[in-house]
Design a protein around this ligand. Structure first.
Ligand SMILES: Cc1cc2nc3c(=O)[nH]c(=O)nc-3n(C[C@H](O)[C@H](O)[C@H](O)COP(=O)(O)O)c2cc1C
Length: 130
């Protein structure tokens, strides 16, 4: 089972999340970060987490809060990270990757989109989940 949890303020990360959902199939767990159930997410074989760059190369607040709640339980898990940014070249996703690896999980893919994801980013997202 795949779990997809995301935050999005203007729909850009949400577009990646929707592509992931399409690839994940009917039994996927799909939620925004502000209402995600960490126990359900931690049952998944593959955990996909998405956030826009906010603050100064930071996760959006609700994702920071959700991610912090599962960070200590990620050892041995496989994670895909995705998100949208504007001027920072997706540096926040590389920082996030470091945190996830530091928590003992393996990062299968990092999918980045500058602002609205183009077709290449949506395909990359689907491939990362399939
Ligand atoms: C308050 C605020 C802070 C932002 N901080 C960054 C940043 O640090 N680096 C960056 O590359 N983009 C930053 N952005 C741009 C967003 O990450 C970008 O617009 C993104 O596409 C939003 O995705 P979403 O629609 O999924 O929320 C910021 C935007 C806002 C409104």
């Amino acid at each position: 089972m795949v779990a997809i949890v995301y935050a999005s303020t203007t729909g850009n990360t949400e577009a990646l999340a929707n592509a992931a959902k399409e690839a994940a199939g009917a039994d996927a767990y799909f939620s925004t970060a502000d209402s995600a159930d960490s126990a359900e997410v931690l049952k998944a074989d593959l955990i996909a987490l998405g956030s826009p760059a906010m603050g100064a190369e930071q996760l959006e607040d609700s994702m920071e809060s959700f991610y912090s709640s599962i960070e200590g339980s990620l050892s041995g898990k496989t994670v895909v990270l995705f998100g949208s940014y504007d001027w920072g070249d997706g540096a926040f996703l590389e920082d996030w990757k470091g945190r996830v690896e530091g928590a003992g999980a393996s990062v299968k893919a990092v999918v980045k989109a500058q602002l609205t994801p183009d077709d290449a980013a949506l395909s990359e997202m689907k491939a990362a989940i399939a």
